[in-house]
Design a protein. Structure first.
Ligand code: FAD
Ligand code: SF4
Length: 505
């Protein structure tokens, strides 16, 4: 086995990392990034099965051998939950998948999910050293490979610490709530997750479709959190069946973590928005995913049968809605977006998948009116063409309507996917909490404590619509600080005052 440890100078001020993969840097550099086999576009647009098949052993080991095991490992800092990426990747290269899985588990309780839906191209892979001169290591694909292997060959869960006698309520069972629950249960606290819907998982269950994130995977990750000792109560709507003050004052909880997401759809308020055939992406996707409308009539929930569909927006939600509409049998589906391709917020991989499946991209096109027939059914979308002007406050070039460019896109279904915001239910039933003008809970960014004693918050309810891994990162940080709070190590009076001061600025 060649020892190449001496060939790479150690990172300045960093502990030296022992290299595990028995290849020289030159040998590693000679390996090209490995594609992940997937269903052909023509075939997959007719089914809800997962699009990529994942790496097999050979592909995974080959891809892993591309890692340089850099002493400075910038990929770790690029990961919002700080996975020791070179270590887990090296264990894949050595075919020691159990050790790779243990390494992932140290930092992430939802690796099979993150490996599928995280925007690695903007995070760990964006800073991967191999990306400087070619393509980065396919960290996400390797994470997915290891997590899938571990589902078939479970490695030991770390033993939770002995019970502390403290009780924590988590409100919301999306990635943020689940992550906080797992970490707090490991510390020995009694954790109860309260979820409004009849099934836990948040957007992972009701938003992201089966063909991108199979629900069996989400369920098995939730089971793993339960095995750590967390209880899940479904159909438990905070603000309707109970309030947060009641949990603390009457139900014996010592702390609360609010992770209720940002699930309230935003509409465009255009004329005709009440026509039959106009949906929010949330309703459309919830019917299809959570209520399994794609298997109707074998399940109870129906969904509109469409011929021509317009999906308004260009984020991940829009791509999911467009690709779901195709799979539900639509003849033609178009993304209608007022800016250009460069500004589309969806992951590049999702845009490419949608295009391969036949989704039309009607870019620089802004809808101005929904058109209906005498029965109140949608028949078209009146649109205007746009050009890009100077950058606006968000840094993106402002779209400007082109005079005389009005036209109609004929469609029987329009799905609005232009964003979401927090539901105001918690705001209206938790008097001490403070909220910003977008309805997001205000927190101390360091500790995630809110303006209400013993109440913490994170995920989309704080950041607005963001990403799975950011929500998980918040959950991890909250769990750390909730633990400190339960140990009496948090000066909450000062924290609460600093949040109140911010609202008066
Ligand atoms: P959520 O996942 O929204 O979970 C919140 C939970 O709280 C829900 O289960 C909700 O029912 C529950 N809840 C709400 N109110 C109450 C209440 N009053 N009482 C009890 N429970 C309550 N991100 C990515 O990184 N990659 C992607 O590919 C991606 N694709 C997406 C596709 C779609 C269609 C959508 C909608 C989002 C996507 N996102 C993606 C964003 C990502 O899913 C979210 O940022 C993430 O799920 C936020 O996690 P969270 O835990 O804060 O909230
Ligand atoms: Fe490996 Fe890339 Fe991380 Fe370097 S930056 S250790 S090459 S994954």
């Amino acid at each position: 086995m060649p020892d190449n440890n001496d060939r790479v100078p150690p990172g300045e001020g960093k502990p030296r990392r022992e290299k595990l993969i028995p290849l020289s840097p030159k040998e590693r550099m000679a390996i090209e990034r490995q594609d992940m086999p997937e269903q052909e576009a023509e075939e997959r647009r007719g089914n809800f099965s997962e699009v990529p098949f994942g790496y097999d052993d050979d592909l995974a080991q080959l891809e892993a051998k591309r890692c340089l095991e850099c002493p400075s490992a910038p990929c770790i800092a690029g990961c919002p939950v700080g996975i020791d990426i070179p270590r887990f990747v090296a264990h894949v290269a050595l075919a020691d998948y159990a050790e790779a899985a243990r390494t992932l588990k140290e930092a992430s309780s939802l690796a099979a999910i993150c490996g599928r839906v995280c925007p690695q191209e903007e995070q760990c892979e964006a800073v991967c050293v191999r990306g400087k001169t070619g393509e980065p290591v396919a960290i996400g694909r390797l994470e997915r490979f290891v997590a899938d292997w571990e589902r078939e060959h479970p490695v030991d869960d770390p033993e939770p610490l002995p019970p502390t006698g403290k009780k924590v309520a988590i409100i919301g069972s999306g990635p943020s709530g689940l992550t906080a629950a797992g970490d707090l249960a490991r510390k020995g606290h009694k954790v109860v997750i309260h979820e409004a819907l009849h099934e836990p998982g948040g957007v992972l269950m009701y938003g992201i479709p089966e063909f991108r994130l199979p629900k069996s995977i989400v369920r098995s990750e939730i089971e793993a959190v339960k095995r750590l000792g967390a209880d899940v109560e479904v159909n438990a709507v905070a603000g309707r069946l109970f309030t947060i003050p009641e949990l603390l004052e009457e139900e014996g909880f010592d702390a609360v973590y609010i992770a209720t997401g940002a699930g309230l759809p935003v509409f465009l308020n255009l004329p005709g928005e009440n026509l039959i055939g106009v949906f929010s992406a949330n309703e459309y996707l919830t019917r299809a995913n959570l209520m399994s409308a794609w298997t109707y009539p074998y399940t109870d929930t129906p969904i509109i049968q469409s011929d021509r569909v317009a999906v308004i927006g260009a984020g991940n939600t829009a791509m999911d809605a467009a690709r779901t509409a195709l799979r539900l049998g639509a003849d033609h589906v178009a993304i209608v977006y007022r800016r250009s391709r460069a500004e589309m917020p969806a992951r590049i991989e999702e845009i490419e998948h949608a295009e391969q499946e036949g989704v039309e991209m009607r870019l620089l096109t802004n809808p101005i009116e929904y058109l209906g027939d005498e029965d109140g059914r949608l028949v078209g979308l009146r649109c205007v063409r746009m050009e890009l002007g100077e950058p606006d406050s968000s840094g993106r070039r402002r779209p400007i309507p082109i005079e005389g460019s009005e036209h109609v896109y004929e469609c029987d279904t329009a799905i609005v996917a232009v964003g979401t915001r927090p539901n105001p239910l918690i705001q209206s039933t938790t008097p001490d909490l403070l909220f910003d003008k977008w309805g997001r809970v205000m927190i101390d960014p360091e500790t995630r404590h809110t303006a209400s004693e013993g109440v913490f918050a994170g995920g989309d309810i704080v950041s607005g619509a963001a990403t799975v891994i950011a929500a998980m990162g918040d959950g991890k940080s909250a769990a750390r600080h909730i633990h400190a709070y339960l140990e009496g190590e948090l000066d909450t009076a000062a924290i609460i005052q600093s949040i109140r001061d911010r609202t008066e600025e």
